[in-house]
Design a protein around this ligand. Sequence first.
Ligand code: GLA
Length: 387
Amino acid sequence: MSDRVTQIRQAFQERFTGAPVVVRAPGRVNLIGEHTDYNDGYVLPVAINRDVMFAVRPRADRVVDLYSLNFRASAPFSLDRLVPDRSQPWSNYIRGVAQQLGREGLPLTGMEGVIEGNVPIASGLSSSAAMEVAALMAFQALGGWELDGAKAALLCQRAEHEFMGVRVGIMDQFISRLGKRDHALFIDCRTMQYEAIPLNARGYVLMIADSRRSRELAASEYNVRRSQCEEAVAQLRAGLPEIEALRDVTPQQFRQHNWRLDALPGRRARHVVSEDDRVLRAVAALRGQRLAEFGALMNESHESLRFDYEVSSRELDVLVGAARLVEGCVGARLTGAGFGGCTVSLVREEAAPEFERHVTAMYRRETGREPIIYTCTAEAGAGVIGG
Ligand code: GLA
């Protein structure tokens, strides 16, 4: 990472004078608890060693002029005219966050500088949330105010709802802002209470396999899933009038009342209810260092996402299937919204090279595509790197 900090500082100095403020916000991998956050449920994500960085300095006017090293483009805009830019969509995350901060009445300064990221885009590792949270951190660092972590996450989520039109849950922005090094966060997405769970199982690593199929239909299908869950709640209320979200339905209640549900909302709800339960059991397993049990829950989560929630893809299924054939891989599942993107696997350290070799070969053979496979570590949430 320090190499990238040096590079971004250099890139800043080639274009501007003075010393920049550098902020970063990480992407995430979710270990378990998929499509539960917008159902008021539980999630267990990790902030990873991939992030978005902004190296910026304030401007006297209300212009935000940032150069993206990834896209080799800038997309200047005025804080007084926040409209989407179709030609440089990456800048919309920054615009959307600026809009929300403005609505909160927080003083915003214009800024200029460079941004760079190494979270793969549209791969299910939350490059969007990393952009939003990094933008917020930049405005915060230059604005001289400080927003509470959970509030910052909510505000970035709102930017995504209103500016990007995707009704995402709170998980990605929350973990990007509040992640803790060497820990996963067990988050209750209703109360926003969270607990850091140590990832100190010696001898295991988290491996990410990127299918390199970007998430087609992700935005529209995501919103459809969300509506189907709302429909399920409405139908279940006939027998369970007290429920407000699928989070309120226990697996036992679900078995009792699922006859009230139409087929599709029924399958969606079965995923969410069982997934919340799996998160609780996974947290207990992690605390007790029962990694085989944890891995089995990851496997079940994938099957549920594949058959009940229907957000997997052929490529993700191939990656998961290949992973499970590797001795020393205790669990594998798709991570993030699905429809493409990445899988996450829990692998014994000594099996990591074989994992990479085998999964790559099998994926290549079955799909004709080249995956990207790497180990990831649990890092701290967003922050200022230097001033
Ligand atoms: C995306 C959303 C999250 C969450 C996941 C699925 O990453 O941004 O809020 O809903 O999908 O678990």
